[in-house]
Write a protein that binds this ligand. Structure first.
Ligand SMILES: [Fe+2]
Length: 234
């Protein structure tokens, strides 16, 4: 799998930079060819059907719900060809760095590089949280039609104070932006400073996504405990 990126103009790059900075999220689907969308979708469905595990709990770190199926990085690494090749593309890393306006790196820790999340049962949700690392690139393999849940909701430019996340206060006092991404979409998020969740889905639809994490230079010297990853993907 080579050359899956489509060249976009300087003006489009500038628009992504602005959205990432102010909204914390930008839809970058137009950067990818249809062939890679098709292959990622097929592989995500295939691995999910073989390896997904059910998770139902309230996160002790954010006090928000997780009702979903997940596939761990190890299970993807052992079974994937496309996702691995996609994640480790140096051209992709260059594009993400340009949009982020800083050097973006592969994660130093393997356990969170790529995972699969599935909302399948009625009212499944991936509740409010921030990510450990600076950036997330998410591919939407399956999603309900508009209006049937599974939207990404965000509060940009917020900080995860681990001793007191105070999510209810943030959500009640700051504007929450809602984004719908159709199947085949990619979004790029400043995920350590954008409070985000995926809203409940309504049956019979499901939402399946590949979440890939990348970090900035500052992350490389941080001491991460990875506790939220063990809860969800362990
Ligand atoms: Fe996240």
């Amino acid at each position: 799998m080579r050359d899956f990126l489509i060249n976009i103009s300087k003006n489009e790059i500038a628009a992504h930079q602005e959205r990432l900075k102010y909204c914390g999220i930008t839809n970058i689907t137009s950067c990818f060819d249809e062939d890679v969308q098709k292959k990622l979708k097929e592989e995500a469905n295939s691995i999910f059907n073989m390896r997904s595990k059910r998770k139902d709990f309230i996160s002790t770190h954010t006090h928000t719900p997780r009702n979903m199926f997940t596939v761990s990085e190890v299970d993807i690494t052992n079974t994937s060809r496309i996702i691995k090749e996609f994640y480790y593309s140096s051209d992709l890393l260059g594009l993400l760095s340009e949009m982020a306006m800083e050097k973006v790196n592969f994660l130093p820790w393997t356990g969170e590089r790529y995972v699969i999340n599935g909302l399948v049962n009625n009212k499944d949700t991936h509740g409010w949280h921030w990510d450990d690392y600076a950036y997330a690139l998410v591919f939407i393999a399956e999603c309900p039609p508009r209006g049937a849940g599974g939207e990404v909701e965000c509060v940009s430019n917020t900080n995860w104070i681990k001793s007191n996340p105070n999510i209810r206060h943030i959500v009640n006092t700051r504007p929450v932006q809602s984004y719908y991404f159709e199947p085949g979409s990619f979004y790029f998020m400043k995920s350590d400073t954008t409070l985000h969740r995926v809203s409940n889905i309504d049956q019979p639809y499901q939402r399946l996504s590949i979440a890939m994490s990348y970090c900035n230079q500052a992350d490389l010297s941080k001491d991460m405990d990875h506790l939220t990853v063990y809860d969800l993907y362990g």
